[in-house]
Design a protein around this ligand. Structure first.
Ligand SMILES: *Cc1c(COP(=O)(O)O)cnc(C)c1O
Length: 499
């Protein structure tokens, strides 16, 4: 049976999976959501025997129903290969009373690789299926990790160009170096004087600009998005939750059907939404623990039912979570509003005009699957240090936010027995300075980034990833910087479109 996708803001807009992937965002600015969440009807004993790639096919084929088996299997084989430094693709590590699901074994050592390794293949396949002849322009705003993962995924992919905007002073030095050294004739990297939300708003504005779309079409181009609003990113992220649960069972850590908690360090709400979809599919998940850093909009939302982005934007040591507008939350709002596009559109309108909205009591009642909290900068650093001192395991700052929130959750709820997965979203090597400063309380802060990398390798016993070795000596190839209100004219210049 064909599964169609509807816009969260317009009940009349319905498309196939491949069209939803191609478009990224729906016409009225809404997000595409599946008409229903398919159920996971495979026996756990069978799931437990599956490789990552087999699990990926099982899960994705239920969502992307207009892809043939051959197409989907070929996308999966091209994505989850030796770009990952472990055959398991997403290994689980037990430390400090939780299971860390390491999603950073791909090309750019952050969890974005899990979806962005496959998105270019899904997109090119979708373009062929829909007889698209335009060149596809991937337009992306990044808080640091999406940018590099998307650049790596799309570099030199025929029929595509990729343009990435990042906050010039809002990413880690290693993140920036990773992006500005990106090779590929079709890659463009631009720093903006502004924060991630400004970059994301600029991108969204271009996506919904009809006259720009017309000018693009005339020049033989069309936009698509690699941001986590694209359903082609969300669906591959459901896979590792199913895989991790099956692995816990296969390893004898849990009984069949035993419910587990999942803690996710959250920014744009994409990763945790994928876990929520996994739960809707029937995966035995008890609580979805939503962890924020000091930009704690989501914590406030889960505690009060009020989403309010009118507040100071904090730059933290977990920059990929420095976000005040969590775009994917819209998919949850739509759902708890009874899949009512009109009602959801009103909330989103209020978010644009007033920067806030308040959900109803009835909607709040439907958030019981979630628990929200946050970790301060100090709590995050302490978490890294204590976990290292107690177990020898080193996490990055984002993962430490999640671990810190899980600790608070246990203190608050006394839920100590339910086994819990903490989603580990980046290699500590991506945020070496913050990690080393946390462990050694700034003692080595005088060192260069790469001296710190070597030091981290010594104390953690973890081999320095290829992604870091690569940029040690790589040449900077991108040096474009602009104001937030110049984004559109930069894009036009790149594409040779008249102003
Ligand atoms: C993107 C990112 C996050 C946040 O994920 P969302 O899906 O945006 O909530 C957390 N940690 C790291 C390292 C990331 O790159």
């Amino acid at each position: 049976m064909e599964l169609l996708y509807k816009s969260t803001r317009n009940a009349d807009e319905k498309v196939t999976a491949s069209q939803a992937i191609l478009k990224g965002l729906a016409d009225g600015g809404g997000l595409f959501v599946p008409e229903e969440i398919p159920s996971l009807d495979t026996d756990l004993d069978d799931l437990a025997k599956m490789t990552y790639q087999e699990t990926a096919y099982l899960v994705m084929s239920k969502f992307l129903t207009d892809f043939t088996e051959e197409e989907l299997k070929s996308c999966i084989a091209s994505a989850y290969d030796s770009k990952f430094d472990t055959e398991e693709i997403a290994p689980l590590v037990s430390a400090g009373g939780a299971y860390y699901l390491e999603l950073f074994h791909g090309a750019t050592i952050a969890f974005k690789d899990m979806a962005l390794s496959i998105l270019p293949h899904l997109l090119i396949t979708a373009a062929k299926k829909n007889h698209v002849t335009n060149e596809i322009v991937i337009l992306t705003a990044t808080s640091g990790d999406t940018g590099k993962a998307a650049l790596a995924g799309f570099a030199d992919v025929e029929g595509t160009k990729i343009i990435v905007f990042y906050p010039k002073h809002g990413v880690s030095p290693i993140q920036e170096k990773q992006m500005v050294t990106q090779k590929g004739e079709n890659t463009f990297v631009i720093g903006i004087h502004g924060n991630f939300d400004q970059a994301q708003s600029g991108v969204k504005k271009m996506f919904s600009d009809a006259s720009l779309a017309k000018a693009m079409g005339d020049a033989g181009y069309q936009f698509s998005s690699a941001n986590s609003i694209n359903i082609g990113r969300l669906v591959p992220q459901i896979v590792y939750y199913v895989y991790a649960y099956a692995k816990l069972y296969a390893n004898g850590e849990i009984a069949k059907g035993e419910r587990i908690n999942i803690t996710v360090p959250t920014g744009n709400f994409g990763n945790i939404l994928a876990a929520f979809y996994a739960k809707q599919m029937g995966l035995p998940i008890a609580k979805l623990i939503c962890a924020s850093n000091e930009n704690k909009v989501l914590y406030d939302f889960f505690s009060t039912g009020i989403y309010d982005k009118n507040r100071e934007f904090m730059l933290t040591s977990s920059p990929s979570m420095d976000i005040l507008i969590s775009s994917n939350l819209e998919r949850l709002i739509y759902r708890i509003a009874g899949n009512d596009a009109k009602k959801n559109a009103e909330f989103m309108k209020a978010l644009i005009s007033d920067g806030r909205y308040e959900i109803t009591e009835a909607m709040k009642d439907q958030l019981k699957d979630f628990y929200g909290n946050y970790a301060t900068e100090e709590e995050t650093a302490r978490m890294i240090r204590e976990l290292y001192e107690e177990t020898g395991y080193v996490t990055d700052t984002h993962t430490a936010v999640a671990a810190g929130v899980y600790r608070k959750y246990k203190e608050e709820t006394a839920d100590n027995d339910v086994k819990t997965i903490i989603v580990s979203t980046a290699s500590p090597y991506k945020f070496t300075r913050s990690v080393m400063n946390a462990i050694y309380q700034n003692k080595y802060d005088f060192m260069t980034d790469f001296e710190l990398v070597d030091e981290l390798s010594k104390i953690s016993g973890v081999e320095i990833p290829q992604a870091i070795e690569e940029i040690r000596s790589a040449k900077e190839l991108h040096d474009c910087v602009c104001e937030a209100d110049e984004m559109e004219s930069i894009v036009k210049k790149i594409l040779n479109i008249e102003e």
